[in-house]
Structures are given as C-alpha cells and as structure tokens.
Design a protein around this ligand. Structure first.
Ligand code: NAI
Length: 329
C-alpha cells in the first residue's frame, strides 16, 4: 500500500516513520514538500491514498486529478475538513477520513495559554526583561478566578477548555446546539447573545460552517463586555477580521489570542520573515499591543503528533479495505 503525504514537515516525517515502522510496515510513504492543490495533485502518482493537512485545497478540481491517478482515499491528518469537497469525493468513489480527536487537551491548553498570555502581557514582559527593563509598566493583568468563561462549542476541545476554566475557579457558561452531558455539574448553557453579554473570556471551539462563518462580527462584538478576552483556536473565518479590528479600535478587548485567522493559508508553517507583506490585515492585527497570534500550533504537542500518525495510518488500512468508521467525513 502506498501513501503520498503532501506538505510534509520534519515532524511529520519523524513521527509517521516511527509509527509506520512500529505498527504499519506494509505501508510505503512518500513525503512531498508540495502543498496539495490542483497543480500538484498529479504527484500522487500511483498512490493508493494521499494525506493532506489544513491548508490543502482538496476541492473538486484536485479530487478530479487524484481520481485520474487512481487514488482511493484522502486522509486528512487533522480534525477539520472544511477544505475538502466531500460530496465530490463521494461522487468519485474516494473515501475521505480524518483524525477527529488526537489530543483535545493540547488545543484547549493552548487556548488557555493564549488567554493567559494576553491577560498577563507575557509577550511584552518577555521582551522587557530581556532588555533589562524590570518595570511593571503595561503589565497589569486581571485575576481569572471568579470571572466568567464563555465557551462556544462544547465538543471534545470545548469540553476540555471547560474543564480547564473550571479548574481556574471560573464560572463556566457555554453555547452549543447540543448540551454535553459530561459537563452538567459545572457548565451552564446559555444563548449565544447571553454568552457574549456575560463572558470575561470567550473561547471559540465550534467548527466552521455556513452558520458559524463570521460569528464574531461587529454587531456581536458590541454585545460583549468591555475588557473581554477573545480566543480563537478553531478556524479563522469564525471571526470577521476587519470587524475584529474595528472592535479592537473601539477598545472592547483586554486581549485577543488567535491561533487561527482568515489570512493564514499562505502563512501556515512557512517562513516569510524576509517578505514585505502587501495589504495584510494580519500585519494590522499584529500592530496592536493586546493581540497575540500563533500560527496554527495549538495541536502541536508530542502526544498529538503521535496520535495523528497512528490514526491516519489506521484510516488508510480501513479505507483501502472499505471499512467505514467514526473517522469518515
Ligand atoms: P467537535 O466536533 O468535538 O465539537 C464541535 C462542537 O461544536 C460540537 O459540540 C457541535 O455541536 C458544536 N457546534 C457546531 N455548530 C455550532 C454552532 N453553530 N454554534 C455552537 N456550537 C456549534 O470538534 P472539536 O474536536 O472539539 O474541534 C473543534 C474545532 O477545533 C474543529 O472544528 C477545528 O476547526 C478546530 N481545531 C483546531 C486545531 C488547531 O490546531 N488550532 C486542531 C484541531 C481542531
């Protein structure tokens, strides 16, 4: 069985090879630097399956090329699959599988890291102390204990975030269409408007859908408390970036922590430090002292990358053997 893994990074090769040798020796993996898109899809060659990540373009055109190559499965090495045209894949008889849960705690822990970093100005403190500036100017934070955390989406990651916030001694409120019974002892479900109105920390953990696209817009920002902290580790387009900037300029936010943002596709895992960014709203966002952006790294822990490799290679075996599982998209 042959797998072509697109947009392979050093850590992909390291952990996929470790897991392959230990548990899936019959799978041959070819690692490609290229991102998967219509122009590169033909590099699948004679592979049985291809593996792609969050920034790939797995739309109808790409799938058409993969189908011509004889590819039978698209294996997403991530949870989200909003970049895959699942209906087209079905029409072409290509199985699409993903890794629904590899370490929800890793992502939730990063969400809280972003919240605490903007709250306690860690990004500024780090630079000040390195410059021998030991003053406290600009570093005053807020106590989290006793404050209200509003969690949007209480699936696997949102539930982990609820547990963390509860552990901090926060009141935890949440919005989801479905209540998560494991949280009933300490999470109060409220409407989205009430969540916006009551929360001191808002953390987004719902998927990107037509309903959730630009859920954070200026109308909703105006419903929020002053000095709210907003964290997005889910998908960039949950937040309307231009309107977020408007909200930041209105002074609404104590801090904003983003692991995902609308313009990230060309940036994710690339070194663009020598480039002059033209018309970049990300650059404008980064100009604000109370904004911290990380580049889609919330998942990136040792535990998560091993789990991703294990599940992806098991997904390959299942897809090639025609076995449906809970990992089907
Ligand atoms: P999940 O499927 O376990 O939970 C999603 C929850 O959102 C469900 O409870 C669902 O009912 C709820 N939901 C759906 N539509 C909603 C809406 N309109 N309003 C409120 N809630 C809604 O998904 P999981 O594993 O918790 O992942 C959440 C998101 O996190 C993923 O969709 C993905 O985009 C993102 N993610 C980000 C990573 C990163 O490295 N930054 C890594 C992994 C996932």
């Amino acid at each position: 069985m042959k797998l072509v893994l697109f947009a392979a990074k050093d850590y992909d090769i390291k952990y996929f090879e470790r897991v392959r040798k230990a548990s899936f020796p019959d799978i041959e993996i070819e690692y490609l630097d290229y991102e998967l898109e219509p122009r590169t899809a033909a590099f699948a060659g004679d592979a049985d399956a291809i593996c792609a990540f969050v920034s790939a373009n797995v739309g109808a055109e790409t799938l058409g090329v993969l189908s011509q190559c004889g590819v039978r499965a698209v294996l997403m090495r991530c949870a989200g699959y909003n970049n895959v045209d699942v209906n087209k894949a079905k029409e072409l008889g290509i199985a699409v599988k993903r890794v629904p849960a590899y370490s929800p705690e890793s992502i939730a822990e990063h969400a809280m890291t972003l919240a605490m970093s903007v709250n306690r100005h860690i990004h500024k403190a780090y630079v000040k102390v390195r410059e021998n500036d030991y003053t406290l100017k600009g570093l005053r934070g807020h106590q989290m204990f006793g404050k209200t955390a509003g969690i949007v989406g209480t699936g696997k990651i949102g539930a982990a975030m609820c547990r963390i916030c509860h552990g901090f001694g926060m009141n935890v409120i949440a919005y989801d269409m479905y209540e998560n019974p494991s949280l009933k002892d300490y999470v109060e479900y409220v409407s989205l408007d009430e969540l916006f109105a009551r929360s001191d920390l808002i953390s987004l953990h719902c998927p990107l859908t037509d309903d959730t696209y630009h859920m954070i817009n200026i109308d909703n920002i105006k419903k929020m408390k002053n000095d709210v902290i907003l964290v997005n580790t889910s998908r960039g387009a949950l937040v309307d970036t231009d309107q977020l900037i408007e909200g930041i300029r209105l002074g609404k936010f104590l801090g904003v922590g983003l692991d995902v943002y609308e313009e990230e596709t060309g940036n994710v895992y690339e070194d663009r430090s020598d480039e002059i960014m033209m018309h970049s709203v990300t650059s404008r966002l980064l100009s604000f002292p109370n904004v911290i952006i990380t580049s889609h790294q919330a998942f990136y822990t040792r535990e998560a990358v091993i789990a991703i490799a294990e599940t992806t290679l098991q997904n390959m075996v299942d897809a090639i053997n025609g076995v449906s599982t809970g990992n089907d998209c």
